[in-house]
Design a protein around this ligand. Structure first.
Ligand SMILES: Cc1ncc(COP(=O)(O)O)c(C=O)c1O
Length: 378
C-alpha cells in the first residue's frame, strides 16, 4: 500500500500506540475523582496538556481539549461571538475548511453579517478586502494558517496586525499547519488557534483549542468544571494522552520530517510534470506546505483517477475528506479560479512521516499510464 492522503488523516506513530495501550490497560479512573486512582489520570492529562502547549509555544492553562479540530473551530467562533453579543459581524475566508465555512453559514442564518475574504489564484487572501471589511462591529476574524487542499500558507501575522488595530480577536485553524511548519502562538500573536491530533500521528477524535488569556469567550456547552469549565464533559483521557505523546514526538522531529518530505514531494512534482501534459499545479509556488500537492488533469474526472489509483493500492484524495462525499466541485479550487470541470478533475497527494522514496517511485511509474488510459477512454 502507498498511503498518500496524510492531510485526511495520518497513521498513528508506534510510540503513541504504545502509550495509549499502556494507559488503557493500567488506568481507568475519572480524573475528577479526588482519590489516587483519579488523581493519577489527572496528572497524566496535565502532562499531555503541557506537551501540546509546549509544541505550540503556549502555557498549559491556555489549552482546552475538545473532540476534534471541527469542535475546536466551532468552539472558537461561537464562544467568542457569544461573549460579545453586541457585535454582529464575522470575517473569514472563502477557502476555509467546512468546520469554519459551515459555522459561518449557520451564523448568517442567525442574522450575523459574514464577510468572506476572497483569495487570488494561488490561494492567498486579499488583505485589502480584510482591511475594508473590518470595523468595531466585527466580533472575530478567522483565517486558516495552511489550507488543507492546496497547502497555501496565509499571512496570519498580517491579519492579526490589521484586526488588533480594531481590537478584534483573531482565530486561526492550524490543523494542517501543525507539524508541517512552525506554529508558535506568540509569534503569530493570534488569540485562538485550532489543532487536531489525527493530523500529527495521534488518535482521531481529539482536538485542542489554544485560547489566550483575556480573550472574550463564553462556553457553548454547559456542565461540569472540566477544561477550566470552558468545555465540560468527562475527558477522552486515552485520546488526550495519545495527543500529548504525538505532540512530544513532533517537537523532536518535525523539522527533519519537513525537509525530507519537501525533497520527496519535489521529486514527485518534477517527475509528474515531466511525464504528463495538460496537468495544472494548484497552490502557491512558494508559500505553501510543500508535502501537499494538488493537480488538475484536463479531460479526466478526479474521482475516476482516485479509484484507478486505489486499484493499485495507491491512496490519494480529490479534496478534503469532508467534501469528498458531497460530489460538488471543491470550493477551494473554485475560489482560486478553476472552472467546475477543472476543479472536478483534480487530486490531492499529501505525503507524511511514513512515506519513503519507493512510494514516490511507485506513483511516478503508475500515475502517468493511468492518466493516459483514462484520457483515451474519455
Ligand atoms: C484545515 C482543517 N480544519 C479542520 C479540520 C477538522 O479536523 P477534525 O477532522 O479533527 O474534525 C480538518 C480536517 O481535515 C482540516 O484539514
Amino acid at each position: 500500500m502507498v498511503y498518500l492522503d496524510n492531510n485526511a488523516t495520518t497513521p498513528l506513530d508506534p510510540a503513541v500506540v504504545q502509550k495509549m495501550c499502556w494507559f488503557l490497560k493500567e488506568h481507568f479512573g475519572n480524573p475528577s475523582s479526588l482519590y489516587p486512582l483519579g488523581q493519577k489520570v489527572k496528572a497524566l492529562l496535565t502532562e499531555a496538556r503541557e506537551q501540546v502547549a509546549m509544541a505550540l509555544g503556549a502555557h498549559r492553562s491556555e489549552i482546552i481539549f475538545t473532540s476534534s479540530g471541527t469542535e475546536s473551530d466551532n468552539l472558537a467562533i461561537l464562544g467568542v461571538l457569544e461573549a460579545q453579543p453586541e457585535k454582529k459581524e464575522f470575517i473569514t475566508s472563502t477557502i476555509e475548511h467546512p468546520a469554519v465555512i459551515e459555522t459561518a453559514r449557520f451564523l448568517e442564518k442567525k442574522g450575523y453579517v459574514v464577510h468572506y475574504v476572497p483569495v487570488d489564484s494561488s490561494g492567498l487572501i486579499n488583505l485589502e478586502f480584510l482591511s475594508s471589511a473590518i470595523s468595531s462591529s466585527t466580533a472575530l476574524v478567522s483565517i486558516m494558517l495552511a489550507n488543507n487542499e492546496i497547502g497555501t500558507i496565509q499571512p496570519v501575522e498580517e491579519v492579526v496586525k490589521i484586526a488588533h488595530k480594531y481590537g478584534v480577536p483573531v482565530h486561526t485553524d492550524a490543523v494542517q499547519a501543525f507539524g508541517k511548519m512552525e506554529v508558535e502562538v506568540k509569534k503569530l500573536n493570534v488569540d485562538l488557534l485550532t489543532v487536531s491530533a489525527h493530523k500529527i500521528y495521534g488518535p482521531k477524535g481529539v482536538g485542542a483549542l489554544y485560547l489566550k488569556k483575556e480573550t472574550p469567550f463564553s462556553p457553548v456547552i454547559h456542565g461540569g468544571h472540566q477544561e477550566f469549565g470552558l468545555r465540560p464533559g468527562t475527558e477522552n483521557a486515552a485520546g488526550i494522552i495519545g495527543f500529548g505523546e504525538a505532540a512530544r514526538i513532533l517537537q523532536e522531529r518535525w523539522r527533519k520530517d519537513r525537509d525530507r518530505l519537501e525533497k520527496l514531494a519535489q521529486k514527485l512534482k518534477d517527475g509528474l510534470e515531466k511525464q504528463i501534459s495538460r496537468m495544472k499545479f494548484n497552490g502557491h509556488p512558494e508559500k505553501r506546505i510543500k508535502s501537499t500537492l494538488n493537480f488538475s488533469f484536463e479531460g479526466i474526472e478526479g474521482e475516476a483517477l482516485l479509484m484507478a489509483l486505489a486499484t493499485k493500492e495507491i491512496y490519494v484524495s480529490t479534496g478534503s475528506a469532508c467534501s469528498e462525499e458531497a460530489e460538488e466541485p471543491s470550493h477551494v479550487l473554485l475560489a482560486i479560479g478553476l472552472s467546475p470541470e477543472l476543479a472536478n478533475s483534480s487530486i490531492r497527494i499529501s505525503l507524511g512521516r511514513f512515506n519513503e522514496e519507493k512510494d514516490v517511485e511507485t506513483v511516478l511509474e503508475e500515475l502517468p499510464a493511468i492518466v493516459q488510459e483514462l484520457r483515451e477512454l474519455a
